[in-house]
Design a protein around this ligand. Structure first.
Ligand SMILES: [Zn+2]
Ligand SMILES: [Zn+2]
Length: 318
């Protein structure tokens, strides 16, 4: 993290954007956008792994601001509200990416697009994700057809079904590229989901890798080689017993978690092998147990990785 002062400045900047947008002042928005355009910022929107809603950390979502444009990676429940808190006007939504389609990563996909449309979205939104994303997009709009059709007629809104363009990717390699960023994917190890990916964003000033959900993955090490920042999911195994006491209807949850997530020690191994400059822990499992301290999250990591290490928190700017 670049420090509290930086975060405050970013929130002030983007807060000004929100006010400018609310006042319909596109001039101020353009000015602030050009100021932001110089760099790539990462904002952790939600850092709790898993679909349960509760106090503490919010469900998974990450924001990259690249050239003043928001790129949202994963849409856990609460992503719309977290974007607003980060100072991003929802009508500026432009790009969405999914690492995989577990519900803690896509439960608020449709509602985010809807909320952006309700706030004044006019431009196209490109969404990238594994197969079934097209079906999910159409199915969501279908479920909201009654309301959407009424508002188009009654309020003179554009048809959101024409604004959102889902793109499915099926394998390793290039996901998308524009003048500001190149996005590549590699399949990671998150059984039983085969279509689970890590994503790498190479911009003009930074390379950022998001692990997605995965167990220890040599493929992720390859993708993250030399990256400036690696955002990695993390599992604290001793915290599992109390987590499982809180979830009473999932008989094989322990087996799923252990098979499909990365222990603190293995996160350290991955970051060291990839030679990343900064490692940011997020998607904490368990993410709602205040008895697990920052030291407990980092102790295992530190056995293997000696670089810059950050314990992520919601709305932290990196
Ligand atoms: Zn997850
Ligand atoms: Zn998952």
């Amino acid at each position: 993290m670049t420090g509290t002062a930086d975060r405050r400045r970013f929130l002030l900047n983007t807060g000004a954007l929100a006010l400018a947008a609310a006042a319909g002042s596109t001039g101020a928005w353009a000015q602030e956008k050009s100021k932001d355009a110089a760099g790539t910022k990462i904002v952790l929107l939600g850092t709790k792994g898993g679909p349960r809603v509760g106090g503490g950390r919010k469900n998974p979502a990450t924001l990259l601001m690249i050239g003043g444009v928001p790129y949202v990676i994963d849409c856990g429940y609460g992503v719309s509200e977290q974007l607003v808190k980060a100072g991003v006007p929802l009508q500026n939504l432009r790009y969405i990416f999914f690492t995989h389609l577990h519900s803690d990563h896509n439960l608020e996909y449709g509602p985010l697009v809807y909320n952006a449309w309700a706030t004044g979205l006019k431009q196209r939104v490109d969404a990238y994700g594994p197969k079934t994303l097209k079906h999910q997009t159409l199915a969501y709009f279908d479920s909201m057809k009654f309301d959407i059709d009424i508002r188009i007629d009654d309020e003179g809104k554009p048809d959101p079904r024409k604004l959102v363009v889902p793109h499915e990717f099926f394998d390793n390699g290039l996901v998308m590229e524009n003048a500001d960023v190149k996005v590549t994917a590699t399949r990671v190890r998150h059984p039983p989901i085969a279509d689970a990916y890590a994503l790498r964003f190479d911009t003009k000033d930074r390379s950022v890798v998001i692990s997605g959900d995965t167990n220890y993955s040599p493929e992720l090490i390859e993708l993250a080689k030399g990256a400036d920042v690696l955002l990695h999911e993390v599992l604290y195994v001793p915290g599992l017993d109390s987590l499982l006491k809180r979830v009473t209807n999932a008989a094989t949850l322990r087996e799923h978690i252990v098979a499909s997530h990365t222990t603190t020690e293995d996160v350290g191994r991955v970051a060291a092998a990839a030679g990343v400059k900064k490692l940011v822990l997020h998607h904490f499992v368990p993410g709602d147990d205040p008895s697990i301290t920052d030291e407990m999250w980092t102790e295992g990591v530190r056995k293997h990785y000696s670089g810059d290490l950050v314990v992520g928190r919601d709305l932290m700017v990196i």
